[in-house]
Design a protein around this ligand. Structure first.
Ligand code: DX5
Ligand code: ZN
Length: 216
């Protein structure tokens, strides 16, 4: 299991220390939530933050683009140091072109589904992606409650990937806690994002370690 703390829930005034702490706690990816106030109601982080994160960690930076027409911004995130980039299928008209342009730039290419978007939206693109991010909350904010319907969706996607013999890994994002992380992993998720559960208790190192230990 790869733990990917979402810095949206971190103390941004002490971002370097917060990242160092989750890294000591066992995190192996840093998740950056980019929101534009259009695709989702909130406005959050951008390339400047990715550039700052790149200076303080060697971990992969997983950029989750919750923006309209994300393909317009890929180059600025690549220049800033992103290593994984995911785009929402709901936000892109020419998804194959967007995914191909991520791969051509040497990135891990991901596609994201909102909770109400069916897995059938992945049918054609699945062989081309390195990971699928399944949202377990409606995107926009940290600290929301995990939607249990995500579990069956993870299981069905896991089965499809296995049956089709594909490489795509499953990432899950939203409402992860020490109580549900093991179930999410057992359903078939390999990469698990945690915002509030990683950062909000005041000891990110212990929180990250606790999430990993909760996986058993
Ligand atoms: C939701 C974001 C998530 C969020 C996770 O829109 O994509 O990455 O920050 O935060 P928690 O784990 O607190 O739900
Ligand atoms: Zn996210």
């Amino acid at each position: 299991m790869i733990l990917a703390p979402s810095i949206l829930a971190a103390d941004l005034a002490h971002l370097a220390e917060e990242i160092a702490a989750v890294e000591r706690g066992g995190a192996s990816v840093i998740h950056v939530d980019v929101m534009d106030g259009q695709f989702v109601p909130n406005i959050t982080l951008g390339p400047a933050i990715v550039r700052a994160v790149r200076r303080v960690t060697h971990l992969p930076i997983d950029v989750h683009l919750m923006v309209e027409r994300p393909e317009r911004h890929i180059d600025s995130f690549v220049d800033a140091g992103a290593t994984w980039v995911s785009v929402h299928v709901e936000a892109v008209t020419h998804l194959q072109r967007a995914v191909a342009s991520l791969s051509e730039r040497g990135l891990q290419a991901g596609v994201v589904l909102n909770p109400s978007t069916p897995l059938s939206a992945l049918e054609e693109i699945l062989p081309e992606v390195d990971y699928v991010l399944l949202m377990s909350v409606n995107p926009g904010f940290s600290g929301q409650v995990f939607l249990p319907s995500a579990l069956d969706k993870i299981r069905r996607l896991r089965a499809t990937i296995r049956e089709r013999g594909l490489r795509a890994r499953i990432e899950v994002d939203g409402g992860i806690t020490t109580e549900n992380i093991r179930t999410v992993m057992e359903a078939g998720a390999e990469i698990i994002v945690a915002g509030v559960a990683a950062f909000a208790a005041g000891d990110p190192e212990a929180s990250a370690r606790g999430l990993i230990e909760a996986c058993g």
